[in-house]
Ligand binder design. Structure first.
Ligand SMILES: [Zn+2]
Length: 348
């Protein structure tokens, strides 16, 4: 699909949004059993000039709240006054999980395994269908915001299907130092959207139920960079990034060799070598200590924050690169750029 094929009239939940308009729309979803109405809130911004239609969504997993803050900050950006095309922001897709601080819906399903959904299916399947019909059907591009689940934290990175040239371009435009060429998972939004020929990026950063300033800023910066790359925003006056994103050749989870309490000094973004000692696990009496040795080399893009582990638990997600030194330097540079990129959060 290209911007030319999008109709001039944009309709979401039977509400029209004209060119140059900005409005909030509440899309009705299944109400609660308390009789309380439930809606998926959406904010639509249309530029006066035609252009791509981009959706940015968060909290498909209801506890991954970082994207909600990314969208809040994005919508305050003054540069949006000169928007070309349409931005559809959906800060809370899984409204049920968001209220309950959980990844899942009340029927215990994971929304990101039920796309494209169906109007006659389960609660989860219907929610997926509503998102496809009301949001995806109105868009030419998409960005889906996620965070690490279950006490795991992720280094800001992009997951995308690089076989699709348009998606690959967006992935590099986002400007995160690390890109994973991730296979499409059955039932994911990414699969359902890519099947429609719409390029979609998945941004992974931070931890569920927590904010992380670095991850938030990197997310806002990346979305703006994507919008500039597809002509929705002007690049005038914007400092070009020096980051050259690199595609990981592999990713491996290093698992706990024994059960106990983990001690480690390996932060996200660390460069680790093969056979490096990266932690120790012992019981509360410091007995039966096991050393955690890395069987792989690379950059730590995900790690467990909860030190209470069973044998086999995933501890560190390590991405392998042809040139780990270059990625490590690029990460340092990226941290500097992010620090300079925005005013302090208190101002927002
Ligand atoms: Zn997620």
């Amino acid at each position: 699909m290209n911007p030319g094929t999008m109709s001039k009239v944009l309709k979401i939940a039977d509400k029209q949004v004209a060119s140059g308009q900005r409005r909030s729309i509440n899309i009705p979803v299944a109400r609660l059993y308390t009789h309380t109405e439930m809606t998926m809130p959406v904010h639509v911004l249309r530029g006066k000039k035609d252009g791509p239609h981009l959706f940015v969504c968060a909290a498909i997993h209801g506890d991954e709240i970082i994207g909600v803050e990314i969208i809040r900050r994005l919508l305050k950006m003054k540069t949006l006054q000169h928007l070309r095309g349409t931005l559809i922001a959906v800060p809370v897709v899984n409204v049920y999980g968001f209220i309950n601080h959980t990844r899942y819906l009340p029927d215990r399903r994971d929304l990101n395994r039920f796309f494209p959904g169906s109007p006659k299916g389960s609660l989860t399947s219907r929610l997926a269908n509503i998102f496809m019909e009301e949001i995806v059907a109105n868009c030419t591009h998409g960005i889906d915001l996620h965070a690490g689940s279950h006490h795991r934290i992720n280094l800001p990175h992009i997951r995308a299907c690089l076989d699709n040239e348009a998606t690959e371009k967006l992935a590099f435009a986002f400007g995160a130092p690390v890109i994973l060429d991730a296979a499409l998972r059955d039932g994911s939004l990414r699969q359902a959207v890519e099947e429609k020929g719409i390029p979609l990026l998945l941004y992974e950063a931070g931890e569920a139920l927590r904010f992380d300033e670095f991850a938030v800023r990197a997310g806002v910066k990346g979305i703006l960079a994507v919008m500039r790359s597809i002509g929705m925003l002007t690049s005038r006056g914007v400092k070009t990034s020096r980051i050259q994103p690199m595609v990981a050749g592999s990713t491996n989870w290093i698992r706990a060799p024994g059960s106990g309490i983990l001690r480690t000094q390996i932060p996200l973004g660390s460069k680790i070598a093969i056979n490096q000692k990266i932690g120790a696990i012992a019981d509360p009496f410091d007995e039966d200590e096991t050393t955690v040795i890395s069987p792989v080399a690379g950059i730590v893009i995900g790690r467990m924050n909860l030190p209470l582990v069973h044998r086999g638990d995933a501890l560190f997600n390590v991405a392998g690169f042809d040139d780990s030194v270059a990625v490590s330097e690029s990460l340092d540079e990226f941290k500097e750029e992010i620090k300079e990129s925005m005013p302090s959060p208190a101002a927002g």
